[in-house]
Write a protein that binds this ligand. Sequence first.
Ligand code: ZN
Length: 238
Amino acid sequence: MTTRNLFYEDPYLKEASAKIIEISDQGILLDQTIFFGKSCGVKPDTGTISNEKGIANVVNVLRSDKGNIHVIDENPGFGVGDEVNLKIDWDRRYAMMKHHTTLHLISAIVWNKHGVLVTGSDITPEKAKIDFDMSRNFTKEELKEIEDQMRKIIEEDHPTSAEVLSIDEVVSTPGLIRTKNNILPKGLKEVRVVSIGSVDRQADGGIHVKSTKELGSFKILKHKNKGRGIRRLEVTVF
Ligand SMILES: [Zn+2]
């Protein structure tokens, strides 16, 4: 049995119930979960798992073939088969969902304008960093243009959606893989593809806000030359 990933069905679920199906040295496996693991630069969710035996803090979420493994600070006596309540730190998660959608939009804007790929990203609730395979700095005008386009896209309120495509379709469609290093695991048959209105469509395992208006205000905080042909943008939405 593998864990049902409720966060894909509804990324806005803050609480849910679940059943413990396995407990290992690493942590707890559940029949279903709202805890998202690390992906696309997003940090794993934190939160709590509880029942009448007590409450445990989820301090990390590891990915495994069977499903997400919930790493807890201390087991209050949970056993396999226990029904438990799940609760994620919603404010933290929602801020990271917003930053994740933001980075997809920036990667689309930069791809369309400059044709450069993403080499890495890092997302926290406070800000997001995105690195481009780019051998020169963005000019002041180009940075302004990115900000202007972001604000326009947010205002236009594009909805996000996800679909599952075959690996063959994904690799034969130009632009669906926007990272320099192909991060698709070997042997994969199907790939989740996320669209943001008419702005962006790319292979992605992450979760996003419903529509771009939720991003609010957008700002580029910093532009850095990271050396080795990498330029970094630090951005935030608030
Ligand atoms: Zn992503």
